[in-house]
Design a binder for this molecule. Sequence first.
Ligand SMILES: [Zn+2]
Length: 99
Amino acid sequence: MYICQICAKTSKPHQPSFRLPVELRKKKYPFRKEAKFVRKIDKKKRRKKEKIPDPGGRGMEIARELTVCQWCRDRVLRGQALRCRAAGGEALGSEILKE
Ligand SMILES: [Zn+2]
């Protein structure tokens, strides 16, 4: 059981909960030398492990998410902005979920 962080209602037993991301942040993943292993077959047909670098890159990660009931999740996904009691009356948009 859980308390929905949007409507602040207590769920019924076994009612599924949903994690709703409300804030994303940019994330840089650094270049890592010899981070991955690849199996290769050499000229003498022997298996060999070879270390290859992880190129790293950029992406997004979830900074904050709410535990919500299905009804609230469906409303947010339909694009209806909600007022979140748990977040001090802050408005929740759905633009973050379209990415
Ligand atoms: Zn709810």
